[in-house]
Write a protein that binds this ligand. Structure first.
Ligand code: 57M
Length: 359
């Protein structure tokens, strides 16, 4: 909004020229989102506590979690509100790619909200059924995939990391592929969200990484220099990624161990979906396996654990899945698991950035 209001005035006030630059608007979108979530956090925590939107803790998990009972949840509302406000304030709203990313975030946010609402407010112990949640996610993701595919410059091509000339052209198959990426990422972030700061830390790192990829892919000269696909308009997604990273930082302030608030599905589902959507728009879908590698590891630990459990009729690979529970049950204190998982996420993000050069 500020871009539309202030940039046109640069002819009379040259300092306003700065609003043209994506880098400038990305930095201020991050800071704005951070401040909004940081300032509104205490108010939301008080509100959620007074509405008794407190977490129920399963008694079959690590015993250390029982003391977390009653911690307010649905803090994702804060992440979404701050990120959306900052994107609307600093983004170029004439850019359709920004609206696609916002639509994915809001769509998955509504699904998460419904699930949390049924569970926390209506006190229905299970919230949405898995089938209902999955169907809604699939439908929204297919619409997002189709919107990306229908963009004028898009031809269904997917970049293969580390290989310069090995793009895959999926044609219309791109739509279900993108939907799979978005739904998969959304659920992987949800599975990771089981320790204080464990999901939001790597999410901030991943949005920071895609912020760079979006900027590079949207800059004709830099994209040509690095020999990655130039995607007109995609640089504007750096503002969106910056806003999500900033609002995530504000949320982490309160979600850091020992957490004063959890994000709930209203946070984890849209964060993952936003990440999947940005990966799709920047055509770095396969790279998401590396950028969001920690989420992939957590999701795989569940797939292997459940598969092994079924095949062997009751035997387990890990003490408990997702993987963070395994280390907790091995006796690692919670902050140690969290920080070590963050370290892995940072290393994977660095590795993913090396693909800009190693091709
Ligand atoms: C949600 N939710 C947390 C909080 C958060 C298939 C199966 C592996 C699914 C999995 C599952 O249900 N995962 C999705 C995980 C829960 O957090 C809430 O949920 C929101 C995210 N959706 O925002 O509102 C608990 O996590 C802890 N937490 C924190 N800090 C945070 O910042 O400590 C969350 C955020 C909170 C709190 O304790 O209550 C969760 O873990 O439930 N299921 C599981 O993860 C279960 N695993 C399991 O059953 N494993 C089996 C195999 C065969 C599938 C096994 O290995 O034997 C475990 N979950 C729990 N207890 N809580 C099992 C035991």
């Amino acid at each position: 909004m500020l871009y539309h209001l202030l940039y046109p005035l640069h002819t009379s006030l040259s300092v306003l020229n700065v609003f043209r630059y994506i880098t400038f608007r990305t930095i201020y979108a991050s800071l704005t989102a951070f401040l909004i979530s940081f300032l509104l956090g205490p108010w939301l925590i008080r509100r959620l506590s007074s509405w008794q939107v407190g977490q129920y803790i399963r008694d079959d998990g690590p015993q250390s979690h029982l003391q977390k009972a009653g911690t307010p949840t649905m803090g994702g509302i804060l992440i979404l509100f701050a990120a959306l406000a900052a994107t609307l304030l600093w983004g170029n709203l004439a850019n359709p790619l920004v609206w696609i990313a916002l639509a994915a975030t809001i769509g998955f946010g509504l699904i998460g909200f419904l699930d949390d609402y049924l569970m926390q407010v209506r006190k229905q112990s299970k919230g949405l059924t898995a089938a209902a949640k999955f169907t809604m996610q699939g439908l929204v993701a297919l619409v997002i995939g189709a919107l990306i595919y229908l963009q004028a410059d898009f031809d269904g091509r997917v970049t293969v990391p580390f290989f310069k000339h090995a793009d895959l052209n999926l044609g219309w198959g791109y739509v279900p592929f993108a939907a799979l990426v978005i739904v998969g990422c959304s659920n992987a972030v949800n599975l990771t969200d089981g320790l204080d700061g464990l999901a939001i830390g790597p999410a901030i790192i991943a949005f920071g990484t895609y912020m760079i990829f979006a900027y590079v892919a949207g800059h004709a000269k830099i994209a040509r220099y690095l020999q990655i696909g130039y995607i007109p308009g995609c640089g504007e997604l750096a503002v969106f990624c910056g806003a999500l990273a900033g609002s995530g930082m504000g949320f982490l302030w309160f979600n850091a161990y020992p957490a004063q608030i959890f994000m709930g599905d209203v946070g984890s589902l849209p964060l993952g979906a936003a990440l999947g959507t940005v990966a799709a728009i920047t055509r770095q879908e396969i790279l998401l396996m590396l950028v969001g590698g920690l989420f992939v590891i957590e999701a795989l630990s569940v797939i292997f654990q459940v598969g092994f459990f079924k095949v062997t009729k009751g035997r387990r690979i890990f003490r408990m899945a997702p993987l963070h529970h395994h280390f907790e049950l091995k006796g690692w204190p919670e902050p140690k698991v969290i920080v070590r998982f963050w370290i892995i996420a940072i290393a994977l993000a660095l590795l993913s950035m090396s693909t800009l050069k190693l091709r």
